[in-house]
Design a protein around this ligand. Sequence first.
Ligand SMILES: [Zn+2]
Length: 503
Amino acid sequence: MQAFEQQKTSLYRLASILAKHRELDGIVYYDTDQHLPAAAVERRGELCGFLASQRQQVILSNEMKELLDYFSDAEACARLTRAEQGMVQHFARDRRYYDALPLELTAEIAAANAASQAKWKECKYNENFTEFTPYLARTIDLTRQMIDCWGYEGHPLNALLQFSEPGVDVAMLDTIFTQIRDRVVPLVQAIHERGASIDDSFLHERYDIARQRTFCTDLLRRMGFDFNRGLEGDTEHPYTNGVNLLDVRVTNHFYEDNLASAILTELHEGGHGLYEQYADPSLLDTPFGCGMDGGLHEGSSTLWENSIGQSRAFWKANFPLLQKLFPSQLGAVDAEGFYRAINKLNGSLIRIHADEATYNLHVLLRYEMEKELFSGNLQVADLPEVWNQKTEAYLGRRPQSLAEGVLQDVHWAGGMYGYFQSYTLGKAYHAQIMDAMRKQLDVDSLLEQNRLTDLLDWLKEHWYRYGCTTDPKTLLTEITGRPVDASCLCDYLEQKYTDLYQL
Ligand SMILES: [Zn+2]
């Protein structure tokens, strides 16, 4: 067999093994969330560690090295299809990730992150940052060592971004977050100064959970989610688990006294689910049979949740359906009132409860602090005060406790740095993609007719089918004609809130 054919066979062989690893990870994650008896927790941890080490062995195998060496030659690489080239790049990135890290460091990081996360829970509950400081400092120190192993150009955070958001770096993020600071902070201030209030009290009456579920499942079906290739489950903190494109599990959590929560979650997780289900079927036996991780995945979920599910046109069509299910609670409300209520600026100090506009300011302050932490300009002991100052500057209010301040998120406690930006990137991606969609489709008219699958068809053709065969920067440029910036997101937020609050 020719060398080229031989290496291509290797590429598909290893891709298939890694695809099955991804599937196993997905099944184990879902099973752990839904069915694991308490006594089996530790043993399950061992299984996860075993699977991770098996995967690492495939990436670090000689067979993988040979094929990556072979396809590092530009001529050989040019003979591959675009999806195959994507696989090579993906594997090369994974190999770089493991290759540079000594095994002892990986083990040390896992142990330190687990200890820090456990301490975080306790300290968040006890409102004690001093006790948490050495644990957090340790995760930062170890992450810094990891960064040094990988090497970087420019800012140290770039070393983390090459894996979490390929093609995006600190210079690009600085541009995006400067736009957000310059435009969204004044927008939020203007709303506060205007002082107008929106009534959303009816969202917190008692809503029968079985009826909420009826509405949400029907909505997911109307979005185009294929129940033959997926299912729904209940959980405490909702997520979507794409085992593969034939098996996508969407979860939700229902509250009797919060109608908007489950509906917006259904749209959000449904958006993740559609991205997973509608990757090109030819990608099934590759690690790309599911959508891209990071910002683009979040982009699909927030496109459905925010741009579609929090739009006036969507509720013109959907409010009558909801009203029929809850006549006593919603009898005196109209579609416009409902639209306004679910878009009310709540200015929550807790990121996960924040409205569409202030949400990005939560991400902005975390991004700024991570940058300072890793460039050595911010000390761990100063985090609570800097956090509070920034919150006051951006949101107009100062946290009164650590739980609504620096200890609210698990990410840093678990050693997850260089990730928060993906949430806002997702919103910037989807705003730019919606802008491109609006140039080709009359989106509002389709929404008013509840033709959600017409929007899905556009997304499948321009976006979803590519899965993650290329990096987010390339894919977004192909869909919208340019790399990401925050101008569409800021335009969208300004228009929406100017109208809502008559600024
Ligand atoms: Zn999400």
